[in-house]
Design a protein around this ligand. Structure first.
Ligand code: DUC
Ligand code: ZN
Ligand code: ZN
Length: 488
């Protein structure tokens, strides 16, 4: 009997953001062609009895081989970062190309596209960090970049050499609006952060645990409030990255309630870790230094509630690894003050398993909600859906086959990135992705990486529906509309 399909994943429970059904999945080439019971024979078959067949995860916020303003690349390459993502059940990432002051966007795009094309083992899109919105960047380079398929921009409201002031910020929002790009933002009040860091340092409080104190909650509240107002003024949709506080989630809720088109994410570290976890002996706390910092149990409750209510729509990793040695966290010496310790930690590999264990096993949110928050929603918001983020006829066969009963104790040694540690070492997880396919090809098979660097492909995308202005939010109070100047 001749085979009907290239590959059939047989007898598993297939989960999408809406359904969970016992079914086979048939794949031809790179694409799912059928989902149903009793499908014909495949040239290759994977027995998924007792397993979960889930869309591969989409990690829409991760820093990979990214150059800092100070000239350091973070610990991973595209090869090692995407390898670790794949081992954790993620099949698409959206890292950053980073413009620094004086750089031109076309060169930045070429550089990161070349790095990714050489190393990636899973598919990827890119966001563009804009730190220098010159007239040329705004008028020419942003439209060209979106045309090439980089449909989202990231802006910083803090960090000395990355931040963009409010007036320039509005320029970028308008340029994004004109090009149909999404804008993502690291939103914290810069003055409050630098003032707190200076005051703490002057008082001799320089241990890693003071990093958390140097990021007051109000810095998030204020920046989110200002950001929502700027988004409203221009009627440009915005994604707020890494929400960490209850008050931040409240600001988002209120703004969305009055019709501002805000999207927002949180990350596992804000749901799992607390501020006091940074208070470890010696410099160990540096491993858990990231911005904004983790907060308290009541913030975690508020973030879960905001996810439940839909005010936060996705969970990303914010993977930003620095090794705990003189190349990374201890770059400024063996005993650096917190201000001189690079922020960030690894998370690409642990995001999906941690969230599976928490959402499905411990919180009873259900498999579909887990899929929605970690794969389908990021695909929709960043305009990769329905090619990515679901299992359906016509979609790319990006699939993770999970053993829901497999228990894994996380450890530094088990990780496949180059950070050298995981903040979650010792944590026991139930549920693990065992076989991972990208476009129908097993990328993780039998516990090993099964493709060569460069297998991953660039996913060109424009801003799409999520990035579209509402058309109703430029208020009567907007002078441009009031006086017919029509500047937007
Ligand atoms: N914070 C960021 O804003 N980016 C990367 C790492 C971090 O901690
Ligand atoms: Zn950030
Ligand atoms: Zn980040």
């Amino acid at each position: 009997m001749s085979a009907a399909y290239d590959l059939v994943i047989r007898g598993g429970t297939v989960v999408t953001a809406t359904d969970s059904v016992k079914a086979d999945v048939a794949i031809e080439g790179e694409t799912v062609v059928a989902v149903g019971r009793g499908l014909g024979q495949g040239r290759r078959e994977i027995d998924a009895a007792g397993k979960l067949v889930l869309p591969g995860g989409i990690d829409a916020h991760c820093h990979v081989e990214q150059m800092t303003a100070g000239g350091f690349r973070n610990a991973d390459t595209f090869e090692t970062a995407t390898r670790s993502a794949a081992f954790g059940g993620t099949t698409t990432i959206i890292p950053f190309a980073a413009q620094h002051v004086g750089m031109k966007l076309p060169e930045v795009v070429s550089e990161y596209r070349a790095l990714a094309a050489k190393g990636a083992v899973i598919d990827y899109a890119l966001h563009m960090i804009i730190a220098d919105p010159t007239a040329e960047t705004l008028a020419t380079d942003i439209p060209a970049m979106v045309e090439e398929g980089i449909g989202s921009i990231k802006l910083f409201m803090t960090y000395d050499r990355l931040k963009v002031d409010d007036e320039k910020f509005l320029d970028v929002l308008l340029a994004a609006r004109r090009s149909g790009a999404m804008v993502c933002v690291h939103a914290e009040n810069h003055g409050m952060l630098s003032w707190m860091a200076r005051k703490l340092t002057e008082a001799g409080h320089v241990a890693p645990k003071f990093h958390a104190m140097s990021h007051p909650r109000l810095a998030e509240t204020e920046a989110f409030t200002r950001l929502a107002a700027m988004s409203e003024l221009v009627d440009q949709p915005v994604m707020i990255f890494h929400v960490s506080t209850a008050e931040g989630a409240e600001v988002i809720r209120a703004a969305r309630g009055r019709g501002v088109k805000l999207f927002a994410e949180t990350c596992p570290q804000y749901l799992v870790l607390k501020a006091e976890d940074v208070d470890r002996p010696g410099l160990e706390g540096a491993k858990l230094m990231f911005s904004p910092p983790s907060r308290s149990a009541s913030d975690q409750d508020a973030l879960w509630r905001a996810l439940d209510l839909g005010d936060l729509q996705l969970v990303s990793s914010d993977h930003a690894p620095s090794r705990f040695d003189e190349t990374g966290k201890l770059r400024a010496g063996p005993n650096p003050p917190f201000k001189q310790i690079p922020n960030g930690m690894p998370g690409l590999e642990t995001r999906m398993p941690l969230m599976f264990d928490l959402m499905v096993n411990r919180r009873g949110m259900g498999l579909s909600r887990f899929v929605e928050l970690t794969a389908t929603n990021p695909a929709k918001i960043y305009n990769l859906h329905p090619r990515k983020g679901t299992i359906a006829a016509g979609a790319d066969a990006d699939i993770a086959i999970w053993d829901p009963e497999r228990e894994v104790t996380l450890s530094d040694e088990k990780m496949h990135d180059l950070a050298g540690y995981t903040p979650y070492a010792g944590r026991v997880i139930r549920g693990w992705p065992e076989t991972v396919l990208v476009r129908g090809t097993p990328v993780i098979d039998g516990g090993s990486l099964a493709v060569a660097p460069g297998f991953g492909r660039f996913l060109p995308r424009k801003g799409g529906e999520a990035a579209r202005p509402t058309g109703r939010l430029v208020r009567e109070m907007d002078p441009a509309r009031n006086f017919g100047a029509n500047i937007l």
